[in-house]
Design a protein around this ligand. Structure first.
Ligand code: BDR
Ligand code: CA
Length: 312
């Protein structure tokens, strides 16, 4: 199985992503969930990650809390999309199992230093503050990283939080800048693809019809969460952004993209937090990311349905 650390800010779609990852025990060795402030404050994202661990009955997966705010910018949240405490559509509870001791940043540093060379895949599903801070504190952690797969950014699609910026990058552009400049192998799942891979009432219904708790939770969350993007953005269904990254890990053949140069706009102004993607190689700047633009939507929802059936 692929050794994996999931850095996340649950977050409705983060929950679906984590459930999907934890369902694939034979393929993904989830070492830890590291949490960060993003969709809501850190105290909620860390608590929500612990709720998901309990839903999936995976006491073996530690949950760490990391950075409580972005590197430089004023904190922003997305409670209007995900609910005041970050998970809409389900009953919130206080999970029994506590957080792991120590900060997520420290965990990343220690784990990546001790890991065999190029062995660990890191998936980032929120603002990239934790990983950026870890790379700044100890650049030698690079040695343990096989690749980074991030949900974030937008090019062809335009932004979802400003006309030009996607939420995760906008919420900490300086952190994203560190990641894009790191030279580490990087795959980006931007809005360009996630806004094409939408739920439908039928797709959500299939999750509910699995008949287990995980399917019901996923369906309840999606029913509530998709409303925002359908109403506010006029999309025909809801994107399950973060879960798409795990779909990519499990079945990369369902996706298409190309190597490009990406820069993050960290200047104040209307394009603050935008990802500038040199899709046609006009600048001849070195490629630093694989930018995904196409995905097999039905294949993804089929996979999600099959996988969630493996959970309690
Ligand atoms: C991203 O922003 C968050 O609100 C979602 O959880 C996802 O990670 C989509 O832009
Ligand atoms: Ca997220």
């Amino acid at each position: 199985p692929i050794p994996l650390i999931i850095d996340t800010d649950p977050g409705a779609d983060d929950v679906i992503a984590i459930l999907l990852a934890l369902s694939a025990r034979d393929r993904l060795d989830v070492k830890a969930l590291t949490t960060v402030a993003g969709n809501v404050q850190l105290r909620y994202t860390a608590r929500n990650a612990r709720m998901v661990r309990e839903w999936a009955n995976r006491p073996d997966v530690p949950v760490y809390a990391g950075c409580s705010r972005p590197m430089l910018r004023t904190p922003i949240y997305a409670a209007e999309v995900h609910g005041a405490e970050g998970v809409t559509g389900v009953k919130i509870f206080e999970p029994k199992q506590p957080l792991a001791k120590g900060s997520a940043v420290q965990y990343l540093i220690e784990t990546l230093l001790a890991a065999p060379p190029k062995s660990i895949t890191i998936v980032t599903l929120g603002p990239q503050t934790n990983l950026a801070m870890a790379l700044i504190e100890n650049p030698e952690i690079r040695q343990g990283i096989k690749e980074i797969i991030m949900m974030g950014g937008a090019h062809f699609n335009g932004g979802n939080i400003t006309p030009s910026a996607e939420f995760n990058v906008f919420a900490d552009p300086h952190a994203a800048d560190v990641i894009f400049k790191s030279g580490l192998p990087l795959t980006v799942i931007p809005l360009d693809v996630t806004h094409k891979m939408l739920t439908s009432p039928e797709r959500i219904d299939r999750l509910r019809k699995i008949g287990n708790n995980a399917g019901k939770i996923a369906a309840d969350i999606l029913d509530a969460y998709v409303e925002h993007d359908i109403k506010e953005y006029g999309l025909p269904g809801g994107p399950v952004h973060d879960a798409t990254t795990i779909g990519y890990l499990l079945k990369p053949e369902m996706f298409k993209g190309r190597m490009v140069n990406v820069e993050v706009d960290t200047r104040e102004g209307p394009t603050f937090g935008a990802t500038i993607v040199d899709y046609y190689h006009t600048t001849k700047k070195p490629e630093n990311a694989r930018w995904i633009t196409e995905g097999d939507t039905q294949g993804f929802f089929d996979l999600l349905t099959v996988q969630l059936a493996k959970l309690p």
